[in-house]
Write a protein that binds this ligand. Structure first.
Ligand code: FES
Ligand SMILES: [Fe+2]
Length: 403
């Protein structure tokens, strides 16, 4: 699912006349590599394929994915702006893991499993909070500092000293990029560096949007009774926009000029806006200004960028066939009393309303997939060459759970 659709909702951010100062950041390609245009190969030589459908419903496989993929790769836990002050915290829950991320006094973040070392319940009951200095387990009162270190035990003399000395909640790797808080359950010593995992292609190209300067406008959440990978699949092709999203013929035509890129574990896709098709013959085509820029960071983070605002789609696995599906809407900040910004805001909100309808259509297809997810007739998928990202994503997943 590349969310973009209607040409009539396309607009350009207005520039303050006279001094050329934009009221909001305008992403531009600048010196970055061309991603659409005459010298860009639009489609890798992968070809059509067939894939096994059991990957969506095999519980044994899901356990392997929990251990070797979800437990070893970087995933989003929230926005940096949600943990601004010292002791502010957010929690992440998915694939039977329970994590807390806390802002430290010196500005860094710490993350650890929200699991008491005594007998195992969650230490922190609330999903988010502010200004914590200590966390106290509600069962017997063991006390943890904001880095997860165990710093207090009632009636400590009754425990084996060697059992409770220098221990704490199990640490999780945490990083920030693009204004997002990322976590990796492999832990601080074993996690691949975050930027290495995102890779330079995506960190530079997506970096042009300056997500760190954007603000969270809204988060939508759905509980979807299908496997998370089936949701990721919907973002790894644009074939469905004509039928499911009723995109107008000019948009369907534009999708035929889209380019698809593989970069490490991740993908990029650029769909030209219909009004920019004539410019596609130019080497200087600016994909940031004139296309929908789309990035998939393995295993489950999807960025859908219009020049004016963007959506992050995050299917968080809850079980082999149940997913918490989040959609984060980011916009550029500004003074709503400034007429230029008010105009930007009004147009962006109008487009966001359109996109919410588009996401609703995707949710509708998940209902159809729910009905057939265990059907004896659903054993394989027939993929076109332009759906190759789906095939590659699942091949990558296969490799990871074998390693
Ligand atoms: S289980 Fe947490 S203090 Fe006992
Ligand atoms: Fe879609």
């Amino acid at each position: 699912m590349v969310v973009a659709v209607v040409a009539t909702s396309v607009f350009l951010v207005e520039i303050v006349q006279g001094n050329e100062v934009a009221v909001v950041h305008i992403p531009v390609r600048g010196e970055l590599q061309a991603r659409l245009g005459p010298s860009v190969k639009a489609l890798p030589e992968y070809g059509p394929s067939i894939m096994d459908a059991s990957v969506y419903r095999d519980p044994t496989r899901f356990e392997l994915e929990r251990e070797r993929v979800l437990g070893r790769h970087w995933m989003i836990a929230g926005r940096s702006e949600q943990v601004q002050g010292s002791g502010d915290w957010i929690t992440y829950e998915g694939h039977d893991e329970c994590i807390v991320v806390v802002r430290q006094a010196e500005g860094s973040l710490s993350a650890f499993h929200n699991v008491c070392r005594h007998r195992g319940p969650a230490i922190i009951a609330e999903k988010t909070g502010c200004g914590a200095r200590r966390f106290s387990c509600p069962y017997h009162g063991w006390v943890y500092d904001t880095k997860g270190k165990l710093v207090g035990i009632p009636e400590r003399e009754d425990f084996g000293n060697e059992h409770v000395t220098d221990i704490g909640a199990i640490p999780v790797a945490v990083g920030e990029w693009g204004g997002w808080v990322w976590i990796n359950l492999a832990g601080p010593d074993k996690a691949v560096p975050l930027l290495e995992s995102i890779g330079p292609d995506i960190s530079n190209d997506l970096g042009a949007f300056k997500m760190e300067d954007m603000i969270l406008h809204e988060v939508l959440e759905w509980d979807v009774p299908i496997n998370y990978k089936a949701i990721v699949d919907g973002f790894n092709e644009i074939y469905h926009v004509t039928e499911l999203h009723h995109s107008p013929p000019e948009f369907t035509k534009a999708t035929r000029f889209a380019s698809f890129h593989v970069t490490g574990d991740n993908f990029m896709c650029f769909v030209p806006r219909p009004v920019s098709l004539e410019e596609l013959g130019s080497e200087s085509y600016d994909h940031h200004r004139n296309s929908i820029c789309h990035y998939v960071v393995f295993p489950n983070t999807v960025f859908n960028c219009n020049p004016e605002h963007l959506q992050v789609f995050q299917p968080i696995p809850l079980g082999v066939d149940r997913t918490k599906f989040l959609c984060w809407e980011l916009i550029y900040p500004g003074d709503i009393n400034d007429p230029e910004y008010a105009s930007y805001y009004k147009k962006t909100m109008a487009h966001w309303e359109v996109l919410k309808g588009v996401v609703g259509e995707d949710i509708g297809i998940y209902d159809q997939m729910t009905r057939t997810k265990k059907s004896s007739a659903f054993n394989e998928q027939i993929l076109s060459e332009r759906e190759f990202k789906i095939a590659m994503y699942h091949e990558n997943m296969d490799r990871k759970i074998r390693d």
